[in-house]
Ligand binder design. Structure first.
Ligand code: AMP
Ligand code: MG
Length: 358
Protein backbone atom coordinates (compact mmCIF):
# COMPACT_ATOMS: atom_id res chain seq x y z
CA UNK A 1 0.00 0.00 0.00
CA UNK A 2 1.38 3.44 -0.93
CA UNK A 3 1.66 5.81 2.03
CA UNK A 4 2.92 9.04 0.55
CA UNK A 5 3.27 10.26 -3.02
CA UNK A 6 6.63 11.86 -3.78
CA UNK A 7 6.30 14.98 -5.95
CA UNK A 8 9.29 15.61 -8.22
CA UNK A 9 9.02 19.11 -9.69
CA UNK A 10 11.27 19.45 -12.71
CA UNK A 11 13.35 22.57 -13.23
CA UNK A 12 16.46 23.30 -15.29
CA UNK A 13 18.85 22.48 -12.46
CA UNK A 14 17.32 19.21 -11.22
CA UNK A 15 16.26 17.54 -14.51
CA UNK A 16 18.76 14.66 -14.51
CA UNK A 17 18.46 14.00 -10.81
CA UNK A 18 14.63 13.96 -10.93
CA UNK A 19 14.62 11.61 -13.92
CA UNK A 20 17.06 9.29 -12.15
CA UNK A 21 14.92 9.23 -9.01
CA UNK A 22 11.71 8.54 -10.96
CA UNK A 23 13.43 5.81 -13.03
CA UNK A 24 14.67 4.15 -9.85
CA UNK A 25 11.10 3.99 -8.50
CA UNK A 26 9.89 2.40 -11.78
CA UNK A 27 12.76 -0.12 -11.75
CA UNK A 28 11.74 -1.05 -8.20
CA UNK A 29 8.33 -2.12 -9.47
CA UNK A 30 6.44 0.94 -8.28
CA UNK A 31 4.25 3.58 -9.98
CA UNK A 32 5.21 7.03 -11.31
CA UNK A 33 2.94 9.57 -13.02
CA UNK A 34 4.73 11.67 -15.64
CA UNK A 35 3.90 14.09 -18.43
CA UNK A 36 3.71 12.97 -22.03
CA UNK A 37 2.83 15.32 -24.88
CA UNK A 38 -0.77 14.03 -24.83
CA UNK A 39 -1.84 13.78 -21.15
CA UNK A 40 -0.15 12.75 -17.88
CA UNK A 41 0.38 8.98 -17.75
CA UNK A 42 0.58 6.64 -14.77
CA UNK A 43 3.59 4.40 -15.46
CA UNK A 44 4.88 1.06 -14.22
CA UNK A 45 7.11 -1.72 -15.61
CA UNK A 46 5.01 -3.16 -18.48
CA UNK A 47 6.69 -6.57 -18.23
CA UNK A 48 6.08 -7.16 -14.50
CA UNK A 49 2.51 -8.23 -13.67
CA UNK A 50 2.76 -7.12 -10.02
CA UNK A 51 3.83 -3.63 -11.08
CA UNK A 52 1.10 -3.35 -13.71
CA UNK A 53 -1.57 -4.43 -11.18
CA UNK A 54 -0.65 -1.36 -9.15
CA UNK A 55 -1.80 0.88 -12.03
CA UNK A 56 -5.19 -0.87 -12.23
CA UNK A 57 -5.59 -0.69 -8.46
CA UNK A 58 -4.70 3.02 -8.16
CA UNK A 59 -7.01 4.05 -11.03
CA UNK A 60 -9.83 1.63 -10.33
CA UNK A 61 -9.49 0.60 -13.99
CA UNK A 62 -11.47 -2.43 -15.23
CA UNK A 63 -9.02 -5.33 -15.79
CA UNK A 64 -10.14 -5.99 -19.38
CA UNK A 65 -9.10 -2.48 -20.47
CA UNK A 66 -5.54 -2.94 -21.80
CA UNK A 67 -2.70 -0.45 -21.35
CA UNK A 68 -0.50 1.35 -23.86
CA UNK A 69 3.16 0.38 -23.54
CA UNK A 70 5.51 3.37 -23.90
CA UNK A 71 8.96 2.95 -25.39
CA UNK A 72 11.95 5.20 -26.10
CA UNK A 73 13.51 3.44 -29.11
CA UNK A 74 12.20 1.56 -32.14
CA UNK A 75 14.28 -1.49 -31.19
CA UNK A 76 11.95 -1.98 -28.22
CA UNK A 77 9.05 -2.63 -30.62
CA UNK A 78 10.80 -5.80 -31.76
CA UNK A 79 11.19 -6.97 -28.16
CA UNK A 80 7.46 -6.60 -27.51
CA UNK A 81 5.81 -7.64 -30.77
CA UNK A 82 6.17 -9.91 -33.81
CA UNK A 83 4.78 -10.24 -37.37
CA UNK A 84 4.97 -6.46 -37.67
CA UNK A 85 3.54 -5.38 -41.06
CA UNK A 86 5.65 -3.05 -43.24
CA UNK A 87 2.93 -0.41 -43.01
CA UNK A 88 3.50 -0.18 -39.26
CA UNK A 89 7.13 0.81 -39.85
CA UNK A 90 5.95 3.49 -42.28
CA UNK A 91 3.73 4.99 -39.57
CA UNK A 92 6.46 4.73 -36.91
CA UNK A 93 8.89 6.59 -39.19
CA UNK A 94 6.31 9.27 -39.97
CA UNK A 95 4.79 9.90 -36.54
CA UNK A 96 7.13 8.69 -33.75
CA UNK A 97 7.93 10.10 -31.36
CA UNK A 98 4.37 11.41 -31.24
CA UNK A 99 0.70 10.86 -30.36
CA UNK A 100 0.18 7.64 -32.35
CA UNK A 101 -0.36 4.22 -30.75
CA UNK A 102 -0.03 1.07 -32.87
CA UNK A 103 -1.75 -2.23 -32.04
CA UNK A 104 0.60 -5.10 -32.98
CA UNK A 105 0.79 -8.85 -32.35
CA UNK A 106 2.34 -9.33 -28.92
CA UNK A 107 5.26 -11.49 -27.95
CA UNK A 108 4.83 -13.73 -24.91
CA UNK A 109 7.12 -11.47 -22.89
CA UNK A 110 4.21 -9.01 -22.53
CA UNK A 111 2.02 -10.25 -19.67
CA UNK A 112 -1.75 -10.76 -19.87
CA UNK A 113 -2.45 -8.06 -17.32
CA UNK A 114 -0.86 -5.44 -19.62
CA UNK A 115 -2.88 -6.48 -22.70
CA UNK A 116 -6.13 -7.30 -20.92
CA UNK A 117 -5.61 -10.90 -22.04
CA UNK A 118 -5.50 -9.97 -25.76
CA UNK A 119 -2.85 -11.44 -28.10
CA UNK A 120 -2.07 -7.90 -29.28
CA UNK A 121 -0.19 -5.07 -27.60
CA UNK A 122 -0.58 -1.29 -27.90
CA UNK A 123 2.76 0.53 -28.33
CA UNK A 124 3.72 4.20 -28.54
CA UNK A 125 6.85 6.35 -28.43
CA UNK A 126 5.88 9.61 -26.70
CA UNK A 127 7.14 12.95 -28.02
CA UNK A 128 7.95 14.55 -24.69
CA UNK A 129 11.50 14.95 -23.40
CA UNK A 130 10.70 14.01 -19.80
CA UNK A 131 8.80 10.88 -20.86
CA UNK A 132 11.52 9.75 -23.28
CA UNK A 133 14.38 10.33 -20.86
CA UNK A 134 12.50 8.58 -18.07
CA UNK A 135 11.81 5.49 -20.19
CA UNK A 136 15.43 5.44 -21.41
CA UNK A 137 16.82 5.80 -17.89
CA UNK A 138 14.51 3.08 -16.54
CA UNK A 139 15.61 0.80 -19.39
CA UNK A 140 12.23 -0.97 -19.49
CA UNK A 141 9.01 -0.52 -21.46
CA UNK A 142 6.53 1.46 -19.38
CA UNK A 143 2.80 0.71 -19.35
CA UNK A 144 1.02 4.01 -18.84
CA UNK A 145 -2.68 4.83 -19.11
CA UNK A 146 -3.87 8.33 -18.29
CA UNK A 147 -3.12 9.22 -14.65
CA UNK A 148 -6.70 9.82 -13.50
CA UNK A 149 -9.29 7.90 -11.52
CA UNK A 150 -10.97 5.65 -14.09
CA UNK A 151 -13.91 7.42 -15.74
CA UNK A 152 -12.76 10.96 -14.87
CA UNK A 153 -11.41 13.50 -17.37
CA UNK A 154 -7.76 12.87 -18.25
CA UNK A 155 -5.12 14.94 -16.43
CA UNK A 156 -3.26 17.67 -18.29
CA UNK A 157 -1.33 19.02 -15.27
CA UNK A 158 0.41 17.41 -12.29
CA UNK A 159 -2.19 19.06 -10.03
CA UNK A 160 -4.95 17.08 -11.79
CA UNK A 161 -2.98 13.89 -11.07
CA UNK A 162 -2.47 14.85 -7.44
CA UNK A 163 -6.15 15.66 -6.97
CA UNK A 164 -7.16 12.17 -8.26
CA UNK A 165 -4.33 9.89 -7.13
CA UNK A 166 -2.49 11.45 -4.19
CA UNK A 167 -1.38 8.70 -1.79
CA UNK A 168 -2.42 6.03 -4.29
CA UNK A 169 0.77 6.20 -6.38
CA UNK A 170 4.47 6.36 -5.50
CA UNK A 171 5.52 9.53 -7.33
CA UNK A 172 4.50 12.31 -9.72
CA UNK A 173 6.95 14.05 -12.03
CA UNK A 174 5.66 17.60 -12.44
CA UNK A 175 6.79 18.86 -15.85
CA UNK A 176 4.14 21.59 -16.20
CA UNK A 177 1.03 21.48 -18.41
CA UNK A 178 1.08 19.06 -21.36
CA UNK A 179 1.26 20.19 -24.95
CA UNK A 180 -1.62 18.47 -26.80
CA UNK A 181 -4.13 17.74 -24.01
CA UNK A 182 -5.90 14.81 -25.76
CA UNK A 183 -4.75 11.18 -25.87
CA UNK A 184 -3.03 9.42 -28.78
CA UNK A 185 -4.68 8.16 -31.95
CA UNK A 186 -4.93 4.34 -31.75
CA UNK A 187 -4.48 2.37 -35.01
CA UNK A 188 -4.94 -1.41 -35.18
CA UNK A 189 -2.29 -2.85 -37.53
CA UNK A 190 -3.42 -6.47 -37.00
CA UNK A 191 -6.75 -6.27 -38.84
CA UNK A 192 -7.06 -6.87 -42.59
CA UNK A 193 -6.97 -3.13 -43.26
CA UNK A 194 -5.45 -0.69 -40.73
CA UNK A 195 -8.25 0.50 -38.48
CA UNK A 196 -8.47 3.65 -36.35
CA UNK A 197 -9.85 2.51 -32.99
CA UNK A 198 -9.65 5.89 -31.29
CA UNK A 199 -9.20 9.37 -32.78
CA UNK A 200 -6.46 11.38 -31.06
CA UNK A 201 -3.49 13.69 -31.38
CA UNK A 202 -2.62 12.64 -34.96
CA UNK A 203 -5.33 13.74 -37.41
CA UNK A 204 -7.00 11.14 -39.65
CA UNK A 205 -6.13 13.16 -42.80
CA UNK A 206 -2.45 13.08 -41.81
CA UNK A 207 -2.53 9.30 -41.36
CA UNK A 208 -4.28 8.85 -44.71
CA UNK A 209 -1.41 10.56 -46.52
CA UNK A 210 0.68 7.50 -45.61
CA UNK A 211 -2.13 4.95 -45.55
CA UNK A 212 -5.06 5.78 -47.86
CA UNK A 213 -6.77 2.44 -47.14
CA UNK A 214 -7.12 3.29 -43.44
CA UNK A 215 -10.61 2.62 -42.06
CA UNK A 216 -12.52 4.15 -39.17
CA UNK A 217 -13.18 1.54 -36.47
CA UNK A 218 -14.91 3.67 -33.85
CA UNK A 219 -18.47 4.83 -33.73
CA UNK A 220 -19.97 8.23 -33.07
CA UNK A 221 -22.53 6.47 -30.93
CA UNK A 222 -21.87 5.75 -27.30
CA UNK A 223 -20.46 2.25 -26.96
CA UNK A 224 -21.71 1.22 -23.52
CA UNK A 225 -22.63 -2.44 -23.44
CA UNK A 226 -21.57 -3.11 -27.04
CA UNK A 227 -18.91 -5.55 -28.19
CA UNK A 228 -16.01 -3.44 -29.44
CA UNK A 229 -12.52 -4.16 -30.65
CA UNK A 230 -10.75 -1.63 -28.40
CA UNK A 231 -11.99 -2.64 -24.97
CA UNK A 232 -11.46 0.80 -23.42
CA UNK A 233 -14.01 2.33 -25.76
CA UNK A 234 -17.01 0.69 -24.15
CA UNK A 235 -16.59 2.40 -20.79
CA UNK A 236 -18.03 5.68 -19.54
CA UNK A 237 -15.15 8.10 -19.84
CA UNK A 238 -13.91 11.58 -19.14
CA UNK A 239 -17.00 12.27 -17.03
CA UNK A 240 -17.41 15.01 -14.47
CA UNK A 241 -19.87 14.47 -11.58
CA UNK A 242 -22.31 16.99 -13.06
CA UNK A 243 -24.66 15.92 -15.87
CA UNK A 244 -23.10 16.85 -19.23
CA UNK A 245 -25.28 18.01 -22.14
CA UNK A 246 -23.41 18.30 -25.45
CA UNK A 247 -24.89 20.44 -28.22
CA UNK A 248 -23.25 19.53 -31.55
CA UNK A 249 -23.39 21.53 -34.74
CA UNK A 250 -23.32 25.16 -35.84
CA UNK A 251 -26.75 26.35 -37.00
CA UNK A 252 -28.42 28.24 -34.19
CA UNK A 253 -25.98 26.94 -31.58
CA UNK A 254 -26.02 30.05 -29.35
CA UNK A 255 -29.83 30.33 -29.40
CA UNK A 256 -30.19 26.64 -28.55
CA UNK A 257 -27.72 26.89 -25.69
CA UNK A 258 -29.38 30.05 -24.33
CA UNK A 259 -32.72 28.22 -24.36
CA UNK A 260 -31.35 25.10 -22.65
CA UNK A 261 -29.62 27.12 -19.93
CA UNK A 262 -32.77 29.11 -19.28
CA UNK A 263 -34.90 25.92 -19.08
CA UNK A 264 -32.57 24.27 -16.56
CA UNK A 265 -32.30 27.44 -14.49
CA UNK A 266 -36.09 27.67 -14.29
CA UNK A 267 -35.97 24.25 -12.63
CA UNK A 268 -33.62 25.72 -10.00
CA UNK A 269 -30.53 23.87 -11.27
CA UNK A 270 -27.01 25.29 -11.21
CA UNK A 271 -25.70 25.40 -14.78
CA UNK A 272 -22.18 25.88 -16.18
CA UNK A 273 -20.97 26.31 -19.75
CA UNK A 274 -17.95 24.94 -21.62
CA UNK A 275 -17.82 26.91 -24.85
CA UNK A 276 -15.78 28.21 -27.74
CA UNK A 277 -15.18 31.96 -27.54
CA UNK A 278 -17.21 32.32 -30.77
CA UNK A 279 -20.36 30.83 -29.22
CA UNK A 280 -19.83 32.44 -25.81
CA UNK A 281 -20.00 35.90 -27.44
CA UNK A 282 -23.71 35.27 -28.13
CA UNK A 283 -24.71 33.78 -24.77
CA UNK A 284 -27.17 36.13 -23.10
CA UNK A 285 -27.71 34.26 -19.82
CA UNK A 286 -25.90 36.17 -17.05
CA UNK A 287 -23.82 34.98 -14.10
CA UNK A 288 -22.92 31.58 -15.55
CA UNK A 289 -19.86 29.59 -14.54
CA UNK A 290 -18.17 29.60 -17.95
CA UNK A 291 -14.94 28.02 -19.17
CA UNK A 292 -13.72 29.34 -22.52
CA UNK A 293 -12.08 26.75 -24.78
CA UNK A 294 -10.58 29.18 -27.33
CA UNK A 295 -11.49 30.28 -30.84
CA UNK A 296 -13.06 27.79 -33.25
CA UNK A 297 -10.26 28.34 -35.73
CA UNK A 298 -7.63 27.31 -33.15
CA UNK A 299 -8.50 23.65 -32.68
CA UNK A 300 -5.16 22.88 -30.99
CA UNK A 301 -5.93 25.38 -28.25
CA UNK A 302 -9.43 23.94 -27.85
CA UNK A 303 -7.98 20.40 -27.57
CA UNK A 304 -5.54 21.51 -24.89
CA UNK A 305 -8.39 23.03 -22.86
CA UNK A 306 -11.10 20.34 -23.05
CA UNK A 307 -10.15 18.19 -20.04
CA UNK A 308 -8.99 21.18 -18.01
CA UNK A 309 -12.35 22.84 -18.69
CA UNK A 310 -14.39 19.80 -17.64
CA UNK A 311 -12.36 19.50 -14.43
CA UNK A 312 -12.51 23.22 -13.63
CA UNK A 313 -16.29 23.38 -14.06
CA UNK A 314 -16.76 20.23 -12.05
CA UNK A 315 -14.97 21.92 -9.13
CA UNK A 316 -17.81 24.50 -9.03
CA UNK A 317 -20.42 22.03 -7.78
CA UNK A 318 -22.72 22.35 -10.77
CA UNK A 319 -25.81 20.27 -11.56
CA UNK A 320 -25.41 20.59 -15.33
CA UNK A 321 -22.55 21.40 -17.67
CA UNK A 322 -23.67 22.52 -21.14
CA UNK A 323 -20.98 21.88 -23.75
CA UNK A 324 -20.73 23.82 -26.99
CA UNK A 325 -19.83 21.29 -29.70
CA UNK A 326 -19.50 23.77 -32.59
CA UNK A 327 -16.17 22.23 -33.52
CA UNK A 328 -14.94 21.06 -36.94
CA UNK A 329 -13.74 17.47 -37.35
CA UNK A 330 -10.40 18.49 -38.92
CA UNK A 331 -7.11 17.42 -37.33
CA UNK A 332 -7.44 16.87 -33.61
CA UNK A 333 -11.06 18.14 -33.86
CA UNK A 334 -12.46 14.63 -34.36
CA UNK A 335 -10.75 13.58 -31.11
CA UNK A 336 -12.19 16.60 -29.27
CA UNK A 337 -15.73 15.73 -30.39
CA UNK A 338 -15.16 12.03 -29.57
CA UNK A 339 -14.10 12.83 -25.98
CA UNK A 340 -17.01 15.25 -25.50
CA UNK A 341 -19.46 12.62 -26.79
CA UNK A 342 -18.09 10.10 -24.31
CA UNK A 343 -18.28 12.58 -21.44
CA UNK A 344 -21.89 13.49 -22.33
CA UNK A 345 -25.02 12.09 -20.69
CA UNK A 346 -27.15 13.66 -23.41
CA UNK A 347 -26.28 14.74 -26.95
CA UNK A 348 -28.27 17.22 -29.03
CA UNK A 349 -27.32 17.38 -32.72
CA UNK A 350 -28.41 20.57 -34.41
CA UNK A 351 -28.09 20.06 -38.15
CA UNK A 352 -30.32 17.02 -38.28
CA UNK A 353 -32.72 18.39 -35.69
CA UNK A 354 -32.72 15.12 -33.78
CA UNK A 355 -31.92 14.40 -30.15
CA UNK A 356 -30.00 11.39 -28.88
CA UNK A 357 -30.94 10.59 -25.30
CA UNK A 358 -28.45 8.22 -23.69
P1 AMP B 1 -5.62 4.94 -22.14
O1 AMP B 1 -4.31 4.31 -21.82
O2 AMP B 1 -6.49 5.14 -20.96
O3 AMP B 1 -5.42 6.16 -22.98
O4 AMP B 1 -6.39 3.91 -23.06
C1 AMP B 1 -5.73 3.11 -23.99
C2 AMP B 1 -6.65 2.79 -25.13
O5 AMP B 1 -5.99 1.87 -26.02
C3 AMP B 1 -7.93 2.11 -24.66
O6 AMP B 1 -9.01 2.54 -25.44
C4 AMP B 1 -7.60 0.65 -24.87
O7 AMP B 1 -8.73 -0.15 -24.99
C5 AMP B 1 -6.80 0.71 -26.17
N1 AMP B 1 -5.94 -0.47 -26.30
C6 AMP B 1 -4.87 -0.78 -25.58
N2 AMP B 1 -4.37 -1.99 -25.94
C7 AMP B 1 -5.17 -2.45 -26.93
C8 AMP B 1 -5.18 -3.63 -27.73
N3 AMP B 1 -4.27 -4.58 -27.58
N4 AMP B 1 -6.16 -3.77 -28.66
C9 AMP B 1 -7.07 -2.79 -28.82
N5 AMP B 1 -7.12 -1.65 -28.09
C10 AMP B 1 -6.18 -1.47 -27.16
MG1 MG C 1 -7.54 7.04 -20.00
Amino acid sequence: MVKKTEILRINSSNFNESIRKAAEILKNGRTVAFPTETVYGLGANALEPDSVYKIFRAKGRPPDNPLIVHIASKEQVMELSENIPDDAFVLMDAFWPGPLTLILKRKKIVPDVTTGGLDTVAIRMPGNRIALELIKEAGIPIAAPSANISGKPSPTTADHVISDLYDKIDAVVDGGPVDIGIESTVVDMTSEKPLILRPGGVGIEDLKIYMPELEIGYSKEKMVGKKVKSPGMKYIHYSPSAKVVLVEGFNGISDTINQIISDYRKKGLKVGLLATNDTADYITEKGLDTFLLGNRDDIKKIASNVFRGLRTLDDSDLDIIIVDGSIEYDGVGSAVINRLQKAANEIIILEKGENIET
